[in-house]
Design a protein around this ligand. Structure first.
Ligand code: NAD
Length: 260
């Protein structure tokens, strides 16, 4: 087991990529705090981990609500002592061309990704610094932390900004044994992506098959989606890495869509 008794807090872990990481961490022996906006989905993920013999607690948390974030981190510390691993994963998408984009939609997307990541980072770092055990911070970036696509301006901007936050945490956290890295996946078939396929088809005036083939997978080396398992395996690797040698890095897992 690569994460025996390490306390991991994962946001947006009620479904999709966050859930896959939460379950993978559970299998690796971690104590998993499953945080999500949806109490039901957080509870379902936590129940799946415990049913599999792991340790988990559900935390209802809107990452853009400072009080909810602080209360959630406090509950995790009360139960298990401190946070060792943070995965800032919660995210949403919005499809619109910039000239049609409502300011409210811009702010919402940027807020969930960037403000949310800041708030959970701040609370988790306080715990990691106080425990003296150090820790690992992992951001869920995207190929859109490196490249742009049309119709996703707030998402692309926020994902680029997360790479900057990751590097800032790497600089400040080093003295406390805290590493910080960002995972940048290509398209993974989660509810977030399933929703965009018809939306993009409509905006671009093409079929849903064409969105998958000519937009989402066009630049991969093998026209394949990245899987939940691919991302979860990388998240284990980054959490379990034993030293500060691997910090401030972005790791792209995208079937070659983006090569750096
Ligand atoms: P998803 O929609 O399946 O899951 C997102 C989860 O985040 C949901 O459980 C949702 O309830 C939760 N959430 C949303 N807003 C929240 C908030 N304010 N506070 C707390 N929780 C909140 O999405 P996913 O595809 O699993 O995406 C997870 C992360 O991975 C996101 O940051 C996304 O940008 C990133 N990502 C996804 C892909 C992909 O292709 N699916 C690719 C690259 C990066």
């Amino acid at each position: 087991m690569r994460m025996h008794k390490r306390v991991a807090l994962i946001t947006g872990a009620g479904r999709g990529i966050g859930r896959a990481i939460a379950e993978a961490y559970g299998r690796e022996g971690a104590r998993v705090a499953v945080a999500d906006l949806s109490a039901d989905m957080a509870s379902e993920t936590a129940a799946a981990i415990t049913a599999n013999g792991g340790e988990a607690m559900a935390v209802t948390m809107d990452v853009t609500d400072e009080q909810a974030v602080n209360d959630g981190v406090a509950a995790v510390c009360e139960r298990w002592g401190a946070v060792d691993v943070l995965v800032a994963n919660a995210g949403i998408q919005h499809i619109d061309p910039i000239d049609q984009l409502d300011y409210a939609d811009w702010r919402k997307v940027v807020s969930v990704h960037l403000d949310g990541a800041f708030l959970v980072t701040k609370a988790a770092l306080q715990s990691m610094y106080a425990s003296g055990r150090g820790g690992a911070v992992i951001y869920m970036g995207s190929v859109h932390s490196k490249e742009a696509s049309p119709l996703k301006a707030p998402y692309v901007a926020a994902k680029h900004a997360l790479a900057g936050l990751c590097r800032s945490v790497a600089k400040e956290g080093a003295a406390h044994g805290v590493r910080s890295n960002i995972i940048c996946p290509g398209f993974v078939r989660t509810p977030l992506v399933e929703k965009q396929i018809p939306e993009q088809a409509q905006e671009l005036g093409i079929s849903e098959e064409a969105v998958v083939r000519d937009v989402m997978l066009k630049q991969t080396v093998d026209q394949e989606f990245t899987t939940l398992e691919d991302v979860a395996e990388l998240a284990i690797h980054l959490a379990a890495f034993p030293s500060n040698a691997l910090t401030g890095q972005s790791v792209v897992v995208s079937h070659g869509w983006h090569m750096q």
